[in-house]
Design a protein around this ligand. Structure first.
Ligand SMILES: *Cc1c(COP(=O)(O)O)cnc(C)c1O
Length: 382
């Protein structure tokens, strides 16, 4: 009998049976009274849980669409944008900005490090920006940006809209629009929320909604806040058909989070990440992200001498665990392991064991047990 396949990539993450069941429900009309009220309920929860004083949008799309949506509802063509990039997904904002023809500048950090708040503060003194983007956790590196410190710097600039890409952080890494002074936050269903891919989530505070009104017509149709706003205010209205079953799944995922408690969920992510990092290091891997900026949602592990990427991931998959390869210059040099969302300790322990078996297969002199021992010791607070 083959091992059950564990999906340990940084999104999509494992989906709980209770959430899958929502996707399998009989589909109803988008005007169905029960659905309309479920959708409204979801939006209220999303706003409350992440302290949004404006509007939450839940739209059938992926995280990249939310990146585009955030920019096009914030900037006029002639506006300047400051992109804070710590890796592949930070650079995706550059691509969007180029395509849209915005004037933009980029502050970037070497992969595994993050741009600090002081660097942002220094840049803001040089030029007037309409918006700043920060990628909270760049999935290409596993590093977490100092979102709150940057938010505090931006407090001094009332004309700047602070946009945070929380696709690989929201519901795993602590983030709060009010405390972190964020104007636009967005995420996707398939990462720390533990839902299948298919929904873009975006929170726009009051200030960013005012900005949208002030920029007049935008070229985009599906991405325009103003097309969606009437629906998000009254979920019985129609603009484009909502992803009914996905919205139910998302609502269930939010119920799961409320049941656990957001703070408990953050603490669980922190504990699991600490244990997983200890295990990886004990097995001979080193972590790409610097010690001071390691995300709790995933770990990007550089291979020890003599372990080849293709052979490692193929053997690990045979053992029943799927991880992701490195991106950019790190392709072939590391693997990316998601430990966010609704993964539990059983799944994490099984993952560590499967990595050990894989190392043993590829390198017979490998001493079994180092990883799982380090994992358990951390988990048990030793
Ligand atoms: C995954 C990811 C995205 C892109 O999301 P898609 O759903 O793949 O379009 C954007 N930003 C970050 C930080 C991500 O991790």
């Amino acid at each position: 009998m083959k091992n059950r396949k564990l999906l340990m990539i940084p999104g999509p993450t494992p989906v709980l049976r209770s959430i899958q069941d929502e996707m399998g429900r009989e589909t109803v009309a988008f005007g169905d009274r029960g659905f309309v009220s479920d959708f409204q309920c979801l939006l209220e929860d999303l706003k409350n849980m992440w302290s949004c004083d404006g509007m939450a949008f839940v739209i059938a799309a992926s995280g990249s669409f939310a990146m585009e949506m955030a920019l096009v509802n914030t900037l006029k063509r002639e506006d300047s944008l400051l992109i804070v990039s710590n890796g592949f997904f930070g650079d995706r904002f550059v691509e969007i900005a180029e395509k849209k023809g915005y004037d933009f500048d980029v502050l970037s950090a070497p992969w595994g490090e993050v741009v600090g708040a002081q660097e942002v503060a220094d840049q803001l003194k040089k030029k007037k920006y309409a918006a700043v983007t920060v990628t909270h956790v760049d999935t290409s590196t596993g590093a977490v940006a100092p979102v709150r410190e940057i938010g505090e710097v931006l407090q001094g600039y009332s004309d700047i809209i602070y946009i945070v890409d929380g696709v690989c952080s929201v519901a795993g890494e602590p983030v709060d629009m009010k405390k972190d002074h964020i104007n636009v936050l967005f995420s996707g269903s398939q990462k720390a929320f533990g839902v299948a891919p298919g929904l873009a989530l975006l929170w726009a505070d009051r200030k960013s909604i005012e900005r949208r009104k002030s920029i007049g017509e935008v070229m985009e149709y599906y991405a325009d806040y103003q097309k969606w706003a009437p629906v998000m205010a009254d979920t019985g209205k129609y603009f484009a058909t909502p992803a009914i079953n996905m919205i139910w799944a998302m609502k269930k995922a939010v119920e799961v989070i409320k049941e656990e408690g957001l703070d408990n969920r953050y603490e669980r992510h922190r504990r699991n990440a600490t244990a997983m990092r200890a295990a990886l290091e004990a097995m001979g891997f080193s972590l790409l992200a610097g010690e001071s900026c390691r995300a709790v949602t995933l770990s990007n592990a550089l291979y020890p001498e003599g372990i080849e990427d293709g052979a490692f991931r193929e053997e690990l998959e045979r053992q029943g665990v799927q991880v992701a390869g490195g991106l950019g210059a790190y392709a072939g040099k590391m693997f990316r392991l998601g430990h966010m969302g609704n993964v539990d300790e059983h799944e994490l322990a099984a993952t560590v064991c499967a990595i050990e078996k894989t190392l043993k297969t590829l390198s017979p002199s490998y001493e079994l047990g180092a990883g799982i021992t380090a994992f358990l010791k951390k988990l048990c607070g030793e």
